[in-house]
Design a protein around this ligand. Structure first.
Ligand code: FAD
Length: 428
């Protein structure tokens, strides 16, 4: 008799697990708490514009994502374009992201520039990340670039994302982020980033349709309350509708939810899940009549702004109006996370008007804030050893999230690759 396999979460990873299971002849049932697929990649109705709650761009190295598009016949929706980067520093907008911009940058000595450039360049060439797993990131960067370049170009990026955790992060994890962006280029001078026509929904709905038309089932608005375990093996799932029997369960929901959902795991394993820390995000999205700058990505180092940067999405993917995302990252337990949405949207209006004084109040067509509590794991040195094993010590039970592809940063492509691998493992 065919096995009954449940998948928890319909973000890119859960959908990829179900897609691969269906491809291999199984009939997975996906449970998703939200009323739509996508998780962090999901879209919302922004006063008539269907757009992601959080910005997404793609790099030429996103192999898992590009393969999936090919398999679904969606590769023609992928668009590549040359994007610009900027740096708001010293209360002025400066070009960024290539060697000439670095040399011309105002506010940094020549030696500091050369050290910064060398570190970025060599990071893109490095292949072996293992020696960096146990190394603290800010010290690693300071040793390479020196105190001046660290203060001007790096410190804010750490302080306004990781706050109290800034001085205890894995260098391997930070390195993988430098490498991903650094390698997505036409050449040393021109950055090459991609977007999907129709946004991430093009992929998500493509996967959903494929799964449903090949024997899988996706149940939206159905949060799983408990994974039921009997005699050391999975017995089924508890939802508002009652208990349903399954032989195997693959969870792709954020790991901090695991102790609540699977309280019958051994205490030492529950403790490992409970010890994991995550960054939350309050991501403001603004629809404007005018552009803020010509850049897609703008790094920010300004004492009057508590953000490390912003993303002007329509400088990557053209839309009828200008769309800017301003992410406020912070550890989920930080008091700022309790501030109302209006606190964040008011700040964004002020910041954007300072960066571009031509912007007037009536240029803001709409502005909102979206929140995701578990937006990114915080990866301290030796993180590899602290991630709980994906195969739990219960027959038929697996749990993984974006932490499991460390040192890679969370990404759609990585979640897809990992989800497909997991599906094969579960049925091996
Ligand atoms: C601000 C921001 C910017 C980003 N930018 C990029 C980018 O430019 N490029 C890129 O590739 N990636 C980017 N990402 C990352 C990308 O969105 C994630 O890597 C990806 O969505 C992770 O997918 P996932 O399926 O692993 O997890 P998630 O998307 O977190 O999915 C988990 C799912 O589990 C569901 N769930 C939770 N509890 C339950 C329950 N009890 N029962 C059932 N379901 C439950 C959730 O509702 C959710 O749908 C960004 C993310 C953010 C937040």
């Amino acid at each position: 008799m065919a096995e009954r396999i449940a998948v928890l979460g319909a973000g890119p990873m859960g959908l990829a697990v179900a897609y691969q299971l269906a491809r291999d002849g199984h009939h997975p049932v996906v449970f998703e708490a939200d009323d739509r697929v996508g998780g962090m990649t999901a879209s919302f109705d922004f006063s008539g514009l269907k757009i992601e709650r959080y910005y997404h761009f793609h790099c030429i190295s996103d192999a898992g994502f590009l393969t999936m598009l090919d398999e679904l016949g969606l590769a023609g929706h992928m668009k590549w374009t040359e994007t610009k980067m900027g740096y708001w520093y010293g209360k002025r907008l400066q070009p960024w992201g290539n060697p000439v911009a670095l040399l011309k940058f105002k506010g940094l000595g020549l030696v500091a520039k050369l050290r910064y450039g060398l570190h970025a360049f060599l990071s893109t060439k490095r292949k072996d990340w293992r020696p960096l797993d146990n190394v603290e990131a800010t010290g690693w960067i300071r040793r390479w670039v020196g105190a001046e370049a660290y203060r001007v170009l790096w410190k804010r990026l750490f302080d306004y994302k990781f706050y109290d955790y800034s001085d205890n992060l894995s260098a391997a994890w930070i390195w993988s982020r430098i490498r991903r962006i650094g390698n997505s280029r036409y050449n040393l001078f021109r950055e090459k980033l991609g977007y999907l026509d129709g946004g991430s929904d093009t992929l998500l709905l493509g996967m959903k349709t494929w799964i449903e038309s090949h024997g899988g089932e996706i149940r939206l608005g159905t949060p799983v309350q408990k994974v039921v375990i009997e005699n050391g093996a999975v017995a089924g799932l508890q939802t508002a509708a009652g208990m349903e029997v399954f032989d195997k369960v693959v969870s792709t929901i954020p790991l901090p939810f695991v102790p609540r959902l699977i309280p019958d795991l051994p205490a030492d394993i529950l403790a490992r899940f409970s010890a994991l820390k995550n960054i939350a995000v309050v991501c403001v999205i603004a629809k404007l009549r005018k552009p803020v700058t010509e850049n897609f990505w703008l790094n920010i180092n300004d004492d009057d702004m508590d953000i490390p940067g912003l993303v002007e999405y329509t400088n990557l993917r053209p839309l009828p109006e200008h769309v800017v995302y301003v992410p406020f990252y912070m550890p989920g337990e930080h008091p700022k996370y309790g501030d109302t949405d209006q606190v964040f949207t008011d700040k964004v209006k002020r910041y954007l008007k300072e960066i571009n004084p031509d912007l007037m109040d009536d240029d803001f067509i709409d502005i909102r804030a979206n929140r995701y509590r578990y937006a990114q794991p915080i990866c301290p040195p030796a993180y590899l050893d602290s991630i709980p094993q994906r195969k739990l010590p219960v027959e038929g039970l697996w749990a993984a999230d974006t932490s499991h592809y460390y040192p890679e940063d969370r990404g759609i492509s990585e979640s897809i690759d990992f989800g497909r691998m997991l599906a094969r493992e579960v049925t091996a």
